[in-house]
Design a protein around this ligand. Structure first.
Ligand SMILES: [Mn+2]
Length: 349
């Protein structure tokens, strides 16, 4: 029995919307492609990937982002062309990628506010919260990555796709799905990945620098933080910390701690993981928190004056480390005990 035959990736976008987008692109000669601030693999891969496609169509393109690309993305073809401003603003079209609000483009928006509020913008994004910041907005929260959506555009509008574009777009897919591990990965995500591989993209070129290459300093830093981790609530709560001294001991830099709360949270039995950092300013302690359902990291961090997502959030406390840690740990013990009480009540009913 055949049921639910997949819609081929050649006709997934509302044709009227796609036509409007193509009209903007066809009329433009100089196009800026902008990626959101604090760039990730998807916004960079999308901006550079679509730049390669537009180059092949004879357009003059400038990719831009408020912040430089992290060094781990130096393998992306064309990353050396990334600008941190829109220069003389001599563009007929701006394609805004992987965010649906102009403020998400940070300094790029602040420096070119007048230009960006008057120029034609094509907004392509996959965030469910996006309202759209363009004259034409292609927003599809079903797409695992903006890069997935761009491949649908490329397929449906019959645009060229060569190897460099394919590698950039595959980077967006791989990073936003954590190598196809997150629940946002759909059959269509895999079909789009297959199209990119057929166009010449090699997954290892993405996975090796991003997931398998670690500096010795970052691994030593990780080891320090894991060695000093403490647990409570029968291993459901774990926390650790780093100071300027921890960094110096490992020869590490602060951004090497970006993934540590996630590593702590992946330890068996852990429901809530917190990583505290205080690298200099003794009166301020940052924390990043990860948790498993039903706990809500955003709610917990909001009570501490921060915010974020349900599974990952953060906060900055106006306290030295020695005061911040016991305060937050006591609060998290309460969170876990309350949840245990709720589930116990649920079972007894
Ligand atoms: Mn994305």
């Amino acid at each position: 029995m055949i049921s639910d035959a997949p819609v081929p990736p050649t006709r997934q976008i509302d044709p009227t919307l796609l036509q409007q987008a193509m009209t903007l692109i066809e009329a433009a000669q100089r196009i800026a492609l902008i990626a959101h601030e604090h760039p990730d693999g998807d916004c960079l891969g999308s901006a550079l990937g679509f730049m390669h496609i537009l180059h092949q169509m004879g357009k003059v393109c400038v990719p831009a982002c408020a912040d430089p690309a992290p060094r781990v993305f130096s393998f992306l073809p064309g990353v050396e062309l990334l600008q941190q401003t829109l220069g003389d603003e001599h563009f007929d079209l701006v394609i805004a990628l992987d965010a649906g609000e102009l403020t998400r483009f940070g300094q790029l928006y602040q420096h070119h506010q007048e230009f960006l509020t008057s120029v034609a913008i094509l907004n392509i994004d996959h965030h469910i919260s996006s309202r759209g910041c363009g004259r034409v907005n292609i927003i599809d929260p079903v797409s695992a990555a903006t890069a997935e959506l761009l491949v649908l555009v490329q397929q449906q509008a019959h645009l060229p796709l060569h190897q460099d574009a394919a590698l950039c777009l595959l980077t967006g897919l791989i990073t936003d799905t954590m190598s196809f591990q997150f629940t946002n990965t759909t059959a269509r995500t895999m079909e789009v990945a297959a199209l990119l591989l057929r166009a010449g993209a090699v997954p290892e070129k993405v996975a090796k620098p991003i997931y398998r290459t670690h500096s010795l300093a970052s691994i030593r830093f990780q080891a320090e933080v894991i060695n000093t981790a403490q647990t409570d609530c029968n291993g459901r709560l774990i926390w650790s910390y780093a100071t300027g001294e921890t960094l110096a001991k490992a020869g590490a830099t602060p951004e090497m701690g970006d993934n540590l709360s996630a590593i702590l949270c992946d330890i068996e039995g852990v429901q809530i993981a917190v990583f505290f950092k205080n690298y200099g300013e003794s009166a301020l302690t940052d924390l990043s928190l990860r948790c498993a359902a039903p706990h809500n990291a955003a709610e917990i961090c909001m009570r501490l004056g921060g915010g974020g997502h349900a599974r990952a959030a953060g906060a900055t406390l106006h306290m030295p480390l020695a005061e911040a840690m016991p305060t937050v740990v006591a609060e998290l013990k309460r969170v876990i005990k309350d949840e245990e009480q709720v589930s116990a009540d649920g079972v007894s009913e």
